[in-house]
Design a binder for this molecule. Structure first.
Ligand code: PRP
Ligand code: URA
Length: 209
């Protein structure tokens, strides 16, 4: 799986372990998701192109590297992906933000779309798609297909936890995108929840259960 990067830095591992704990409450859960997103984003953006730009320092003129090209877009999958946006915009404050609203049917586990709004000139931008959970892969596959239908060519999907089944499905459906994962867990259970996982990411971020 050439395009899958498991970001197993000790800080990411430690913070994910804290997320898993069912006694971690909403406030701390949100803070951890933001921190992990920033650490993962730092690695995922390692290949951002730069160009040399002339500046005048207090001492002399210099040609120095700056990020090149159009501003990246961050397009979280709602709801839970929203929890990752602040951590990523801390790295790229000028990023444009889009939204893809999907929810999983509780019985079929199929994703259903309820809202989509993308930034202007999306096809010219690097698109970063955060969602903490990649379970069956259905939501990520649908979100990436939607972005491709809108002409996006450079797409990076960032998730905190993935099930092997979801990772394989995403890789098969979209072998051309880069996928960044904090940890690959054991499996899915019969309700298509990640085991051991962290439960329902959206409910834990927003305190809805
Ligand atoms: C969760 C999660 C992913 C999706 C993963 O969202 O945030 O989007 O499930 O599952 P999949 O890989 O099997 O598609 P959910 O549909 O529960 O919506 P929410 O974020 O609004 O809670
Ligand atoms: N969505 C979640 O929030 N958690 C899972 O374990 C699977 C899908």
């Amino acid at each position: 799986m050439g395009n899958v990067h498991v970001l197993d830095h000790p800080l990411i591992k430690h913070k994910i372990s804290m997320l898993r704990d069912k006694n971690t409450g909403t406030m701390f859960f949100r803070i951890l998701v933001e921190e992990i997103s920033m650490l993962m984003g730092y690695e995922a953006l390692r290949d951002l192109p730069t160009e040399l730009v002339k500046v005048e320092t207090p001492i002399s003129q210099a040609e120095v590297p700056m990020i090149a090209g159009k501003k990246p877009a961050i397009v979280p999958i709602l709801r839970a992906g929203l929890g990752m946006v602040n951590g990523l915009t801390a790295l790229v404050p000028t990023a444009k933000i889009g939204h893809i609203g999907l929810y999983r049917d509780e019985v079929t586990h199929e994703p259903h779309e309820y809202f989509c709004k993308l930034p202007d000139k999306i096809k010219e931008r690097l698109v970063i798609v955060p969602d903490p959970m990649l379970a069956t892969g259905g939501s990520a596959i649908q979100a990436v297909s939607f972005l491709k239908e809108h002409g996006c060519k450079r797409i990076k999907f960032i998730c905190i936890l993935a099930a092997p089944e979801g990772l394989a499905a995403l890789e098969k459906a979209h072998p051309d995108i880069e996928v960044y994962v904090g940890c690959v867990d054991e499996r899915l259970n019969s309700d298509a929840y990640i085991v051991p996982g962290l439960g329902d990411a959206g409910d834990r971020i927003f305190g809805t259960k």
